[in-house]
Structures are given as structure tokens and as C-alpha cells.
Design a binder for this molecule. Structure first.
Ligand SMILES: *Cc1c(COP(=O)(O)O)cnc(C)c1O
Length: 477
């Protein structure tokens, strides 16, 4: 079944248009059967990389394959080659699933294919983005005057926020970094939690601030930045200064004490950035919002929507208390675009120019979940995390962190044993958890961040984890 698309006649175009419906229907059908199966299949990929290569690495053809056949091939390979991160028992990294309404809205984003960089390119997307931004600000009780940008993920949100910080702190001492760069600029002191996420270092590196040229503030046993140590570092520095705190340590889930950090930072006149990739969403729950107390005193915040808000990739959000600095750091000012637009152009708040309507699935989730649904999503995940900790602890395994949010660290014994148990759990396939090192100890990390996880999934996973761990122990003797 080969269709010729490279003829000059308009026939193939009309043919393609008439087949569009069947392609979209086929995609919907494949998506449905994938998602129906995703809860029961092994969480791991069952195809080997070699098998996938054999299946997918067709030679590039002169005459292309039939589009329906292409979809079918993709669906077939994805069935065995994907990891079920969309399923209810994936607890690796901090990824989250995708709520059905978010997946569906994301399809529409592709169907509309709007370039949302400029208002004039898509008034619809511009309005959606503003509404979703207002809602996000409301969730964290932040002033509506804050500026918001939608990027690919929290790494780029950190990058954007720190670019705004770089602009702002240098402008205060009379240096225009966008125009004159960093050569000869007054040095910026960058202070980070020693347990900060590596994307902070990545961002600093890309901004010419140096991933290593930072002051690292000692953290406590849960990975929280110590305000007394921060105060010491702040006192030892002068000039432009940026402090990077975090809401939600990627291992323990712990939150830096933001009130105390904000007080120290404000006194020094430094910029406070908070990385809240997943922890930001604690703000949505009356039971957990105390963890982010003080976040409204930050100068910038980064978060992910594709983790705990459960929208598809790629979606991170940057929030900034200084719209002018945010804009100055990002604005491109291309000559063919009218100066001082009446309407907000979203490209002025992100590093990208052309991009998809990332705010649409965010809008769909926030509108359909409402405050209650969002709060329940957060609370349910945290409840599941506590149950994991309780069940593993009862079975005799050590929990290494205070389970304050959705993250659990468990040790199954010495490093080697723990690593073997993790590999065993991944191979068994009921659930998937990854390994990590926490303060010198090897641990398995359980992150509960999907809407789809039920109590039954937690019990099933606990049973599998404990069964594999006991079998490993039995093998040992
Ligand atoms: C995941 C994560 C990031 C990076 O986010 P991406 O969306 O993967 O770019 C940054 N900080 C923290 C705390 C994270 O958990």
C-alpha cells in the first residue's frame, strides 16, 4: 500500500485531505487501546532496544509508506517499547501521568497547530494563556501582577527565571547584561542550597554564571537549606546576589524554610528564586499549603505542569514578581514585529519564538479539576506515599526520609542489596521505582505523582516490592 505524494497534480492533496478523518480516528483508536491496557501490562518495556530497532529502523524511502500503516507501526512498537508512565504504578523519578482531559486537550492543540508566540498568530491561545496564568497565580495566592511564561519544563523555567534575576540584579548596579554581556560586568554572587536540583547548575551554566561558581549552603538531614547558614553566606558577600531555594527536594520532598530564607534574602537585597518543580502544587491543598508559606516573597518561581499537574510533556511554567525584568531578559525585538504591541505577546516571557499551545492542557486541567479536584490530586498522592512508607516500614525496611509530601526513600539493607532489590522490582514489572543516593546511602525512591494511582495499586505494588525484597534476602543466604 504505497501512495504517491510526490506528483505535481493536486490529486494526492485531495486524497490526503479525505484520509485525514480516518487517520485521526485511527490515532484515537490506538490511543484508546494503549490507555485501556496501560494499567494491566508490565510497567517496564517488554521489547528490547534491539527489537525496537529492527521494528522501527526502516530505510528512508523514495516513495513513502501509507500514513495509516505508519500509525499502525508506531502503535505496535509503542505497545511493547514504552514504559507505562501513563499507568497507575509508575513511581520512578517524579514524572506524573496525564489526566484524560489533558491528553485530549493536547490532541486539539496539535489539530489547531497554533503558533502561540505572538498574539496576532493566535488570539485564542493568547487568552487561554492569560486565564491559565491567573489561575496558577491564584492557586499559590500570588499577586495577579506577576508575569508568567510557558516553557518546555522546569529546567527552562529555572533558566528563564535566573535570566530575569541576572538582568534585574545587574541593572540595579547600572549594567545592561542583554546589551553588554557578562565580560567586565560586576560579578553576581549566586547562592544555592547544596541539595538543589542539577537543573539549577545547568541553567547557571547556560547563563554564563557558572554551574560551579556558586556558594553552596549546607542543608539539614532532609535536604532543607539552613537559614542560619544562608545568613552567614549572605553576610560574607557583597554586590549583586541571587539565592536559589527549592520547594520540594527531588529525593525527600522536603521544602526549604521559605519564610526564613525570604527574610534573610530581603535584608541583603538579593533576588530569591524558588524551584518548585513539583512542590509548588502543594499550594493547591489546604493540608499542605503551609509547606510553601513564604513563597509569595520570592522574586521568581519555576514549576512543572507535566509532573504533578498531570498534563502531557512539554510544559513548565515560570512565574516572576518583576514583569519588566522578566520581559527585558527575554524580549527579542525582531524588526518585523510591531513595537509595543497592545496585546501581550507570550514570546516576551520565554526563550522561544514559535511554540505550541502549552497552556491549553493546563487550562483544561485547572478548569475541569477545580480547586477541590486539584487539592484532592495532591492529597491522594501524599496519602499513597505515607502508605508506602508505612507498609515498607512494617515489613522491616528502613525509610530514610520524613514523608512530608509524595516522595519516599527506602533502604533494603546495604547498597548492594538495595540495588539488587530495585533491579528485581523493575524486572518483575508490577511497578517501577528507581534508585538514588541520599546523603551517602543507596535508596529506592518512590514518587507518587499520578492521578491514576489507586489504593489498590499501592497495595499491589507494596506486595510486589516486599516479595522481591524477601526473595533477594533468601537468595543471599
Ligand atoms: C524535575 C525537576 C526539575 C527539572 O524539570 P524538567 O521539567 O525535567 O526540566 C527541576 N527541579 C526539580 C526540583 C525537579 O524535580
Amino acid at each position: 500500500m504505497t501512495t504517491r505524494y510526490n506528483r505535481t497534480s493536486s490529486e494526492p492533496i485531495r486524497f490526503a485531505t479525505s484520509r485525514r478523518d480516518s487517520l485521526l480516528q485511527s490515532a484515537a483508536m490506538h490511543a484508546q487501546s494503549y490507555l485501556h491496557a496501560v494499567g494491566d501490562r508490565p510497567v517496564k518495556a517488554t521489547a528490547t532496544t534491539e527489537q525496537l530497532r529492527r521494528q522501527l529502523a526502516a530505510s528512508l524511502k523514495n516513495e513513502g509508506d501509507d500514513p495509516l500503516y505508519v500509525l499502525e507501526s508506531l502503535a505496535e512498537a509503542a505497545r511493547d517499547g514504552t514504559i507505562s508512565t501513563q499507568g497507575p504504578r509508575y513511581f520512578g523519578f517524579v514524572v506524573g501521568g496525564s489526566l484524560p482531559v489533558a491528553t485530549a486537550a493536547d490532541w486539539l492543540v496539535s489539530a489547531w497547530d497554533q503558533n502561540v508566540g505572538l498574539h496576532v498568530l493566535s488570539p485564542f491561545a493568547a487568552v487561554i494563556e492569560q486565564v491559565a496564568s491567573d489561575w496558577i497565580l491564584q492557586i499559590a495566592r500570588l499577586p495577579s501582577s506577576w508575569s508568567v511564561g510557558y516553557v518546555t519544563g522546569c529546567t527552562m523555567a529555572n533558566f528563564t527565571a535566573l535570566a530575569a534575576a541576572r538582568h534585574h540584579t545587574l541593572q540595579e548596579v547600572g549594567w545592561n547584561v542583554e546589551a553588554d554581556g557578562l565580560f567586565g560586568a560586576p560579578p553576581i554572587e549566586v547562592i544555592v542550597n547544596e541539595e538543589s536540583h542539577y537543573s539549577i547548575a545547568t541553567s547557571l551554566r547556560m547563563l554564563g554564571l557558572g554551574g560551579k561558581r556558586v556558594h553552596r549552603v549546607a542543608a539539614d538531614a532532609q535536604g532543607r537549606m539552613r537559614p542560619d547558614e544562608l545568613a552567614k553566606v549572605l553576610r560574607s558577600t557583597t554586590g549583586p546576589c541571587i539565592v536559589c531555594a527549592q520547594a520540594g527536594n527531588v529525593n525527600t520532598g522536603a521544602f526549604d524554610p521559605l519564610e526564613a530564607i525570604a527574610a534573610e534574602t530581603a535584608e541583603r537585597g538579593a533576588w530569591l528564586h524558588v524551584d518548585g518543580a513539583f512542590g509548588f502544587w502543594a499550594a493547591a491543598s489546604p493540608s499542605f499549603s503551609h509547606l510553601v508559606a513564604g513563597i509569595d516573597r520570592a522574586d521568581s518561581i519555576s514549576t512543572d505542569a507535566h509532573k504533578w499537574l498531570n498534563v502531557p510533556y512539554d510544559c513548565g511554567v515560570v512565574l516572576c514578581a518583576h514583569p519588566q525584568s522578566h520581559r527585558s531578559a527575554m524580549t527579542l525585538g525582531a524588526a518585523y514585529i510591531e513595537e509595543t504591541p497592545v496585546e501581550r505577546d507570550s514570546r516576551e516571557y520565554v526563550p522561544e519564538e514559535s511554540r505550541r499551545g502549552r497552556a491549553v492542557p493546563v487550562y483544561a486541567v485547572l478548569r475541569s479539576q477545580g480547586r477541590v479536584g486539584l487539592s484532592q490530586l495532591v492529597e491522594r498522592c501524599c496519602h499513597h506515599a505515607r502508605r508506602f512508607a508505612e507498609g515498607l516500614n512494617e515489613a522491616g525496611y528502613e525509610i530514610l526520609n520524613d514523608v512530608v509530601l509524595n516522595q519516599v526513600l527506602v533502604s533494603f539493607g546495604d547498597a548492594q542489596t538495595t540495588r539488587r532489590v530495585i533491579a528485581g522490582i523493575q524486572a518483575e514489572g508490577t511497578c517501577w521505582c528507581g534508585g538514588t543516593t541520599w546523603q551517602g546511602r543507596t535508596a529506592m525512591r518512590i514518587s507518587v505523582s499520578s492521578w491514576a494511582t489507586s489504593e489498590e495499586d499501592v497495595e499491589r505494588s507494596l506486595e510486589a516490592m516486599i516479595r522481591v525484597a524477601r526473595a533477594e534476602a533468601a537468595n543471599d543466604v
